[in-house]
Design a protein around this ligand. Structure first.
Ligand SMILES: Cc1ncc(COP(=O)(O)O)c(C=O)c1O
Length: 368
C-alpha cells in the first residue's frame, strides 16, 4: 500500500457493491421482480427495429435524438425543441442535478423519495433535505415548509418509488403555483402510465406537461423502461421550458442514447395500443394481488405503479428478510428488500406474468 498522497475525490466515496452470487436452492429459474421492470419482452416490431439499428452500428446514433424527439412531439403534442433524451431518465436526473445544484445548495425531496434523488445530491455535494411524509404519500405542505433560500431543486416522483403512492394532480398544481420561481421542480413520471386507464392517464399526462408550459421552473421526466419494456436499452426523456434547454444539453454527454435505443423507442411509440394492453394487464394483476394479499393479512400501500410495497403485522427488518429469503428459496421469485430508513420492514415487488404472480400469491397466502 502506497504512503504517497493520492488524488482526493470531490465526491463522497461509496463502498463498491459486492458481487451477488444467487443460487436458487431448488434449481428453479430466478425471476427478478425487484427492479420494477416489465415482465413483457419487446414486440417483434421493436425487436426488428433494434436488429436493423445494430446492423449499422459502425455509425453513431443521432446525438440529438432528432427522430425520437419528433415522434415524441407527434405522440404527446410537446415541441421537440423542449425535449431532451437521455440514457434512461436516471441520466437526466443526474444532468439536472449537475446543471442546477452544487456545494452549499439544498436539494429537497419527500422523506421516502426515489433512491436516485439522494444519489444525485451526493454527486453534486449538495445538502439533501427531506420533507416528512406522514402517510407514505408526498406532502406538499411539508415540502413547502422546508424550502429555504438555498433550495435549488425539488425532486419528486408521482407515483413514487418505493412507496407506490401518488399525490392528486391538484396538489402538484398547488405546489407548482406556490413554489418560488427560483426553485426547480422536477416531476418524475416513470410510472405515470400505471395510474389508471388509457383516458385517465392521457389527462394526467397532459395536465402535468401543461405545468411546464405554465411554470418555466417545472420539468418533467419520463422513461421507456417501465411501460415500454425497454429498461435494458436505457432511454428516458425530459420536457423542460425553453430557457432551461441549453443548460440541460450542456450537462449531458454527446450520444448517450445509443442508436439501437433510439430506434427501439421510436418503434415502441408506433405501437402504443400494445404498450397499453400490457399496462392494463399489469394494473389488473396489481389489483388482484393487492386484494388477495390484504385478505391474507398483509398491509399494502395503495399503489399507482407496476409494483407493490408490502409488510405484515409485527414485521421487522429481520422478519422481512426472512420472508424474502424463504420466497426465493421456495419459488425463485426475487423481491426487493427496502433499505430506506423507516421502510426496512417492507418488501417491494413488481408484477410478473400472471402464472408467476399466482406462485407468489400461493406462497404468501401460506406464509403468514
Ligand atoms: C421513480 C423512478 N424514476 C426513474 C427511474 C429510472 O428509470 P430509467 O430506467 O429511465 O433510468 C426509476 C427506476 O426504477 C424509478 O423508479
Amino acid at each position: 500500500m502506497t504512503t504517497q498522497a493520492l488524488p482526493q475525490p470531490r465526491i463522497t466515496p461509496l463502498p463498491v457493491r459486492k458481487r451477488l452470487q444467487l443460487t436458487q436452492p431448488k434449481g428453479l429459474p430466478v425471476i427478478n421482480i425487484s427492479f420494477n421492470e416489465s415482465p413483457f419482452a419487446p414486440t417483434e416490431h421493436v425487436l426488428e427495429a433494434i436488429d436493423s439499428a445494430t446492423r449499422e452500428v459502425n455509425r453513431y446514433g443521432n446525438p440529438y435524438c432528432d427522430s425520437l424527439r419528433s415522434k415524441l412531439e407527434e405522440c404527446f403534442s410537446i415541441p421537440a425543441d423542449n425535449i431532451i433524451c437521455g440514457n434512461g431518465s436516471e441520466e437526466l436526473l443526474d444532468v439536472i442535478g449537475r446543471a442546477f445544484a452544487s456545494q452549499g445548495d439544498e436539494i429537497l425531496i419527500p422523506q421516502y423519495g426515489y433512491i436516485q434523488f439522494p444519489i444525485v445530491a451526493r454527486r453534486v455535494n449538495a445538502e439533501l433535505v427531506k420533507a416528512a411524509e406522514p402517510q407514505l404519500v408526498t406532502d406538499v405542505d411539508q415540502l413547502l415548509t422546508r424550502v429555504t433560500d438555498q433550495t435549488k431543486i425539488i425532486f419528486l416522483a408521482n407515483p413514487n418509488n418505493p412507496t407506490g403512492t401518488m399525490l392528486p394532480l391538484v396538489e402538484l398544481q398547488r405546489l407548482a403555483q406556490q413554489l418560488p420561481t427560483t426553485v426547480l421542480l422536477v416531476i418524475d413520471l416513470a410510472y405515470a402510465e400505471f395510474t389508471g386507464d388509457a383516458n385517465t392517464v392521457a389527462v394526467y399526462l397532459q395536465q402535468i406537461h401543461e405545468l411546464v408550459n405554465r411554470f418555466p421552473n417545472v420539468m418533467v421526466t419520463r422513461t421507456f423502461s417501465k411501460a415500454h419494456s425497454l429498461a435494458g436499452l436505457r432511454v428516458g426523456w425530459c420536457h423542460a421550458s425553453t430557457p432551461m434547454m441549453n443548460a440541460l444539453y450542456a450537462g449531458r454527454g454527446m450520444g448517450t442514447v445509443n442508436a439501437a435505443a433510439q430506434a427501439a423507442a421510436i418503434a415502441s411509440l408506433e405501437e402504443l395500443p400494445q404498450m397499453r394492453a400490457n399496462v392494463d394487464l399489469m394494473i389488473s394483476e396489481r389489483e388482484r394481488l393487492s386484494s388477495a394479499l390484504r385478505s391474507a393479512g398483509y398491509q399494502l400501500t395503495p399503489s399507482a405503479t407496476n409494483f407493490l410495497l408490502m409488510t405484515f403485522p409485527g414485521a421487522t427488518e429481520q422478519t422481512a428478510d426472512e420472508l424474502a429469503k424463504s420466497l426465493f428459496d421456495e419459488t425463485g421469485l426475487l423481491v426487493n428488500r427496502t433499505r430506506e430508513a423507516g421502510l426496512e420492514h417492507y418488501i417491494r415487488f413488481s408484477m410478473a406474468l400472471p402464472k408467476d404472480n399466482d406462485r407468489l400469491l400461493e406462497f404468501l397466502q401460506k406464509y403468514l
